[in-house]
Design a protein around this ligand. Structure first.
Ligand code: HEC
Ligand code: HEC
Ligand SMILES: [Ca+2]
Ligand SMILES: [Ca+2]
Ligand SMILES: [Ca+2]
Length: 441
């Protein structure tokens, strides 16, 4: 099969996974149809043929190697996944379009711990910055909110420039915050979870008065699932964006608005139209990545298998699981969400929650669900971090400030205050059991 056919097949396989709304009609809440041959539960079935890293725990249980494909893929999907892995690991050169401004030369640069698709240590942190805290307008001379550390003209000096980002000369308030990489194992499954499923758990006005008021976020295309503030609707958007903002690699849309997930198409906001090409002025003709390669890269993220929990559970882990529920961690870290590919056991509700002033970054990304008790800003809100495989990918929290799982829990506040206090009220042995439960995920 030649590359062109493969890309077209890629396009059609991606089409069945998504609720298309290119005619502008609403398909809100319509779950995508289950793919032919898809397994009802992604954790069952034979392990994928690709080698990954075997992880053995102290009790000698073995996890399915991380970094391989999901179960139940067709041969064409598998081939696209394998080619996409190479694009994910490709180190771009300036002659291939890297830059003019960039933070890294490959996706893998930031998603490598412990294997391709994972997270990274603090040294890979980057900055997001904008004028004022609500504008979502990048600084002068920058193509996006991501502040590139490297590139032509030394615009931004890593050593000196971080707190003094130049902005066209005038002293204007610049809001900036750090981001630490998050893993993308299993992330593709979030596209198979319908809007209805996500919205059902939202309680933006806290009508049940339990102190937890999670709400959904949206981008120009629809209801968000991806990113630390649920600020992006589709994998395609969260592939073309880092290509451009982290690496300076320009692309044409693959499916564009045809790839929007089960949502009414809305008027696109400035710069957020999924049908827009990305462009730059580095002298390398745009687009800098071929359509086939982009489709393969999207397939890699879409089909990367989720981490598998260690089984059988020990009695300490079972006790920890009960404490995880009684400390009300499950209010936000919901053990499972239904999807058209079976249950997604990611321990998230895909909603954003106010986590208190200490974790706030005061950057407002996306347009959140309306609420009577919170304003339209997401400056202190974060997506409930998925906890599957979490012990394999620290440091934790959006900027990597927590060095251990316990620290991450102790830093919970805002809507999670009660839950955190319940955790702290546990005996040391009980806390240890709860952490062991997290480590088994
Ligand atoms: C400079 C580091 C860096 C590079 C390079 C990078 N990423 Fe990321 N990635 C991150 C960080 C940090 C986040 C979380 C961003 C946020 O939403 O705050 C992220 C989030 C993601 C997500 C969303 C995961 C989720 O759970 O919602 C996807 C998908 C993703 N990256 C794919 C890619 C792809 C594909 C590439 C290459 C084109 C890439 N990344 C390059 C740092 C990086
Ligand atoms: C009100 C919702 C809420 C509750 C309740 C909650 N969490 Fe979280 N949790 C979050 C959010 C949101 C984040 C991401 C915060 C950030 O990145 O700054 C998070 C992050 C985490 C992380 C770090 C994961 C990572 O990838 O960085 C761990 C571990 C965690 N929570 C465990 C727990 C445990 C254990 C409990 C119960 C004691 C709990 N959480 C209760 C919302 C909640
Ligand atoms: Ca370029
Ligand atoms: Ca509530
Ligand atoms: Ca170019």
């Amino acid at each position: 099969m030649n590359r062109q056919t493969a890309a077209l097949l890629g396009a059609s396989l991606i089409a069945w996974t998504l609720g298309s709304c290119s005619d502008g009609s609403s398909s809100t809440g319509t779950a995508p149809v289950a793919p032919p041959g898809g397994t009802p539960n992604h954790r069952l079935g034979p392990s994928g043929p690709l080698p990954g890293v075997e992880i053995v725990d102290p009790k000698q249980r073995v996890r399915k190697p991380l970094g391989g494909p999901m179960d139940g893929l067709t041969p064409d999907e598998l081939a696209a996944f394998q080619r996409g892995k190479q694009v994910f690991e490709r180190r771009f050169q300036p002659s291939e379009g890297l830059g003019p401004l960039y933070n890294a030369t490959s996706c893998r640069s930031c998603h490598s711990k412990p294997v391709s698709g994972g997270a990274s240590d603090l040294y890979r942190n980057f900055y997001v910055a904008m004028r004022g805290s609500t504008s979502q307008i990048p600084l002068t001379g920058l193509p996006s909110l991501v502040v590139p550390a490297f590139g032509r003209g030394n615009l931004f000096d890593l050593e000196a420039g971080r707190n003094l980002i130049p902005d066209g000369g005038g002293p204007i308030p610049v809001f900036q915050a750090q981001r630490n990489s998050i893993p993308i194992f299993g992330t593709g499954l979030f596209e198979f979870i319908s809007n209805t499923t996500i919205i059902a758990n939202a309680d933006p006005d806290d009508l049940d008065l339990d102190g937890v008021s999670g709400r959904y976020n949206t981008d120009a295309a629809g209801l968000g699932r991806f990113g630390t503030k649920c600020q992006a609707n589709s994998i395609e958007i969260f592939t073309r964006t880092p290509l451009n903002t982290q690496m300076g690699i320009t692309t044409l849309p693959f499916l564009g608005s045809g790839g929007i997930i089960s949502m009414a198409c809305r008027a696109a906001q400035a710069g957020g139209n999924p049908n827009d090409p990305t462009l730059d002025n580095d002298g390398v003709p745009d687009p800098e990545l071929e359509r086939e390669d982009l489709g393969d890269l999207i397939a890699f993220t879409r089909f990367l298998a989720p981490p598998e929990p260690l089984r059988p559970m020990t009695s300490a882990e079972k006790r920890g699981e009960e404490l995880f529920a009684s400390a009300r961690c499950t209010d936000c870290h919901m053990p499972s969400l239904d999807s058209s590919r079976g249950p997604v056991e990611a321990y998230t509700d895909l909603l954003i929650h106010d986590m208190g002033p200490a974790l706030a970054d005061f950057l407002n990304l996306g347009t959140p669900q309306a609420s009577m008790i919170s304003n339209g800003l997401t400056g202190s809100e974060w997506r409930t971090a998925p906890l599957w495989g979490t012990s394999l990918v620290g440091p934790w929290l959006h900027d990597g400030r927590a060095e251990t799982l316990s620290e991450a829990i102790e830093m919970h506040a805002g809507e999670a205050q009660t839950s955190r206090d319940l955790f702290l009220a546990l005996s040391p042995e009980e806390q240890a059991d709860l952490i062991e439960f997290l480590e088994h995920l």
